[in-house]
Design a protein around this ligand. Structure first.
Ligand SMILES: Cc1cc2nc3c(=O)[nH]c(=O)nc-3n(C[C@H](O)[C@H](O)[C@H](O)COP(=O)(O)OP(=O)(O)OC[C@H]3O[C@@H](n4cnc5c(N)ncnc54)[C@H](O)[C@@H]3O)c2cc1C
Length: 511
């Protein structure tokens, strides 16, 4: 069969689109095959009730580097913002609250100086981490001078932090976030918020070792922003950039199989039976799906298959969308802050208890919640005078005891109870609601395990061993087959760096 394309990208999530654009700009003929009816993966906007639209999974843009947005000309391709640098507000049930904005606390004088100190220091460490995000991680024990140089540079950067900061970095990096924030602060609202921040998107609680790493990971991002029109506006702009570079994008084109011939990925077979050949195949699907379903373990050695099977990627975050007939009124919160990023995580113990349930396959009794009312900043999302509320809810284990269909209504009611406690009267405003559990996120957006990052962000699944040794530099044991999604370094969040790094590897011809 004649080779029609230089590269096929399986999946039109944001990383697949970024990867495709860089490949096309590098002179390659590229085809993106997306299984769903629209591109975007977990970064889309969709109508969930007549007239009410919401960012269906990811709802805040904070991890995509500005340089990447500029390089891809996303503003020219239609991306604009309804709000940037949203403050984060930790809400208490009696109207008390703590506001965090640009590294400062605007309430709770007692903790203000300690907060600025900690955030400044953590941001320094996060910058160190972020410097590794922009390139493939070095290979372990490869003997290659480039890998050695890359490791040496990392050691040097650590050393250049200075003795005091380097020691502090080494002291805290393996710690749990609970112990770190307990050391520093008195306010339960502040401690709860930081504890929740560290475990967002993960199956961990604040006392889980390694949660300082996941906090630093989140701090590599910048201010929380609301793309105008929701997160779908980001992936629409990315798709426009891809098309402008010459990429062909097909939707409703689910890949069923990656075919290997003469030790090389040579073509893909769609569910429809159509076969398309290419010199390289790059998968935006998660690593388990890519290796175990699309490729098939028969092409891989048993040790590699075992490592892939062991990737921890069972989602523990749900999404609740509420269509509201009017704006919710948050008790005790000045109205200027109602459009902020609001957290219901009033103490470390609250978040830990919420997590504990999920260890035993139960959804939290009192879940921790990140909520926004994006229509307060962007009136394109709801009918005039009406609003949408979008909430990330933890913890909601992928496999809940008794099954999600039995649990869905009760869990929704418990989430609404928590929202009602900080915004009395909200329940009466609900016109429609939608709860997306991890299995829903998996089936509707192709997120394997419904997991935020296509695999936990944890020491055993990070940097040089993400997703697994042997595939951590975007190329895989199969010549011509690459990965480009959140399951690779540096991980998930709408960031685009996995896509860009993967494209660079394909362009260099790394196999
Ligand atoms: C509840 C929730 C809330 C989140 N909130 C935020 C947030 O506020 N901010 C943030 O930055 N991040 C957030 N995230 C994380 C973020 O959404 C993901 O990490 C990110 O979207 C992953 O992007 P990706 O392009 O790597 O993969 P995906 O978005 O998962 O895209 C993969 C694509 O591949 C396609 N695909 C899979 N298999 C095939 C196949 N066989 N054939 C063809 N196509 C296929 C899928 O349909 C999908 O379109 C959230 C995640 C969840 C679950």
């Amino acid at each position: 069969m004649a080779e029609q394309f230089d590269a096929i990208v399986i999946g039109g999530g944001h990383n697949g689109l970024v990867c495709a654009t860089y490949l096309a700009r590098g002179g390659r003929k590229v085809l993106v095959l997306e299984a769903a009816a629209e591109i975007g993966g977990a970064a889309i906007t969709r109508e969930f009730a007549p007239g009410y639209r919401v960012s269906a999974a990811a709802h805040l843009l904070h991890m995509m580097p500005e340089a990447l947005m500029r390089e891809l000309d996303l503003a020219k391709h239609g991306l604009s913002f309804a709000a940037t640098d949203l403050p984060t507000v930790s809400l208490g049930a009696s109207g008390e609250h703590v506001v965090m904005s640009n590294g400062k606390l605007s309430s709770d004088e007692a903790d203000a100086a300690a907060y600025t100190n900690l955030v400044t220091r953590l941001k320094t460490f996060a910058r160190l981490l972020a410097q590794t995000f922009d390139a493939p991680p070095p290979r372990l024990a490869s003997g290659d001078r480039r890998d050695l140089w890359s490791l040496a540079k990392l050691g040097l950067k650590l050393r250049l932090l200075g003795k005091r900061d380097m020691r502090e970095f080494l002291r805290i990096i393996g710690m749990n976030v609970h112990d770190l924030v307990e050391e520093k602060f008195t306010s339960d609202l502040l401690k709860g918020a930081l504890g929740f921040e560290a475990v967002m998107g993960s199956a961990t609680g604040p006392r889980t070792p390694g949660t300082v790493l996941s906090l630093l990971y989140r701090l590599t991002g910048s201010g929380f922003a609301l793309p105008r029109g929701g997160m779908g506006a980001v992936t629409t702009a990315l798709a426009n950039a891809a098309k402008a570079a010459g990429v062909e994008i097909r939707v409703n084109a689910r890949v069923a199989r990656i075919v290997v011939e003469q030790d090389r990925a040579s073509r893909v077979v769609l569910e429809s039976g159509e076969t398309i050949a290419a010199k390289s195949v790059i998968s935006n699907a998660d690593p388990k799906t890519t290796f175990l379903k699309l490729l098939g373990p028969e092409h891989l050695d048993t040790g590699f298959v075992r490592s892939v099977s062991h990737i921890r990627m069972r989602g523990n975050a749900a999404k609740l969308h509420l269509a509201l007939s009017a704006a919710p009124a948050f008790a005790g919160l000045p109205s200027a802050l109602h459009g902020s990023r609001l957290l219901i995580a009033p103490s470390l113990a609250y978040v830990e208890h919420a997590y504990n349930a999920s260890k035993y396959e139960e959804a939290s009794v009192a879940p921790a919640i990140e909520l926004i009312v994006p229509s307060l900043n962007d009136d394109s999302l709801a009918p005039a005078g009406c609003h949408v509320l979008s909430a990330v809810v933890q913890f909601a284990p992928y496999g809940v005891k008794g099954g999600w269909e039995a649990e869905r209504e009760a869990f929704t009611a418990r989430i609404v109870d928590q929202i009602e406690a900080v915004a009395p009267g909200t329940r009466k405003l609900i016109v429609a609601s939608e709860l997306l559990t991890p299995p829903d996120l998996e089936s509707q957006f192709g997120l394997g395990g419904g997991h935020w990052h296509h695999g936990e962000i944890a020491f055993d699944q990070f940097f040089m061993v993400r997703p697994v040794p042997g595939a951590a530099q975007y190329h895989t044991p199969i010549n011509g087959l690459y990965l480009c999604g959140a399951g690779c370094h540096p991980g998930g969040g709408v960031m685009g760096l996995a896509g860009r790094n993967a494209a660079r590897q394909v362009l260099r011809g790394a196999v």
